[in-house]
Ligand binder design. Structure first.
Ligand code: HEM
Length: 399
């Protein structure tokens, strides 16, 4: 029987070209319409899946599509395994259980007052500057402070975490593998330090993720192996710091362009949580995570080999017109907004959703509360894959 051709030399999606705030969405529209399983030669080669239904099919079939070989593009296969993202169910489940336990409703509610304090103080300093980079002075330090609160880090550790995670993201953007390795080493050192501290003085597992991981047992009743425990804390340390600044930056740009909406939300802060959900759909900060197939699969006639990286472009799925009518428009209270994939789906769906939603809402509340007007005042610089969105948003603010 004739075999369909292999297309691995084709470059149908190139995420290495310069990007603007809008450029990628037009490319995704084109790919969804004409080439829903596109091959890219960038980053050692990967497949880009752009339609909502195809992505959901993959996410909900973890028996075929696994994260233990490739879970992100670009990605390095040389770094150690970091649960929960790098493990497949059922090995993944005890790690996830331990993290979820420390992210319960009561814990997230306890973090709220601190988040409000941090946001109010950072925003006061930002507005006092009159004009400044919104990301550097607000959207990036806020998640580090919130995260430090959740992880029970000291102020000195929070400073190191913030600096190291920024260096990590920057190194990935430049695809500078030696800087990635150096920053990863810094994060691993911090993970080891936190584990040592919690072994010495355990905290309540409902309050502290590291203590929860130390208290958890795998399916054989054993504590987690040291190397995977360290990998997990290292994963947890960075996973919640990357996306929030980017989506906050996108929101600031959107509301600069739509002053009527800016004013509407300022006057109706009760609409902010719903607005955040629609912003997450419109400006999905993780362009997509990846999977690889356990065996050869055929998707829309493209034969994908085991081990090849399959990037699930969540940012494209969230603008799929067959699911979200007029997908490029901001619509408060879309009836099916819960279907958005900004947090993924399936066994690896984001563990930090309540914490993320809470800090995004508080961040936007503070921005609107402490200003009567703001607008972009310079060049917006964009991140590269795997993120999608701004990393520098110069903002002019009027108190
Ligand atoms: C705007 C904010 C955030 C967004 C958009 C986001 C998005 C995501 C996405 C899309 C995934 C799924 C990865 C996949 O499909 O392979 C994920 C996983 C994860 N996220 Fe988030 N995230 C955010 C904030 C956070 C925060 C604040 C935390 C921690 C407190 C967190 C913890 C995690 C963890 C632990 C995983 C791995 C889950 C697993 O493998 O079982 N995230 N996140």
């Amino acid at each position: 029987m004739p075999q369909p051709p292999v297309h691995n030399d084709l470059n149908e999606y190139d995420p290495t070209l310069p990007e603007t705030f809008e450029s990628e969405y037009a490319k995704f529209d084109e790919l969804r319409a004409r080439c829903p399983v596109a091959h890219s030669t960038a980053f050692d080669g990967f497949w880009a899946i752009t339609r909502y239904d195809d992505i959901m099919g993959i996410l909900m079939d973890p028996g075929t599509y696994i994260t233990s070989v490739r879970n992100v593009v670009p990605g390095s296969s040389t770094t150690g395994r970091r649960p929960p993202l790098h493990l497949n169910p059922p090995d993944h489940t005890p790690y996830r259980r331990a993290i979820d336990r420390a992210l319960g409703g009561r814990r997230v509610a306890m973090i709220e007052p601190a988040t409000r304090r941090f946001a109010a103080s950072l925003m006061r300093d930002l507005v006092a500057r009159g004009e400044a980079d919104f990301i550097e002075h607000f959207a990036s330090p806020l998640p580090a402070q919130v995260f430090g609160e959740w992880m029970g880090l000291s102020p000195a550790q929070i400073d190191v975490l913030w600096a190291t995670s920024k260096a990590y993201v920057k190194a990935w953007e430049a695809f500078d593998k030696s800087s990635v390795a150096a920053a990863a080493e810094g994060l691993a050192r911090m993970a080891a330090e936190v584990i040592q501290e919690r072994r010495r003085e355990p905290r309540d597992p409902l309050m502290d993720p590291t203590s929860s991981l130390l208290a958890e047992r795998d399916d054989n009743g054993e504590p987690f192996p040291d190397v995977l425990l360290a990998g997990c804390v290292r994963q947890v340390l960075v996973v919640g710091l990357v996306a929030p600044p980017i989506v906050m930056g996108s929101i600031a740009v959107h509301l600069s362009r739509d002053q009527a909406l800016q004013q509407q939300l300022r006057e109706n802060p009760q609409q902010i949580p719903d607005a955040i959900e629609e912003f997450l759909r419109l400006y999905t900060p993780y362009r997509g995570f990846a999977r690889s197939a356990r065996h050869e699969v055929d998707l829309h006639g493209r034969r994908i080999q085991p081990g090849e990286a399959i990037a699930l472009i969540y940012a494209s799925a969230n603008r799929d017109e067959s699911i979200f009518p007029k997908p490029g428009e901001f619509q408060l209270n879309r009836p099916n907004i819960k279907q958005h994939l900004a947090f993924g789906r399936g066994p690896h769906m984001c563990a930090g959703i309540p914490l993320a939603r809470q800090q995004l809402a508080i961040a936007l509340e503070e921005l609107l509360r402490q200003t009567s007007h703001f607008e972009v005042s310079g060049e917006v610089r964009m991140s590269g894959m795997p993120e999608l969105g701004p990393i520098c948003v110069p903002l002019r603010m009027t108190p």
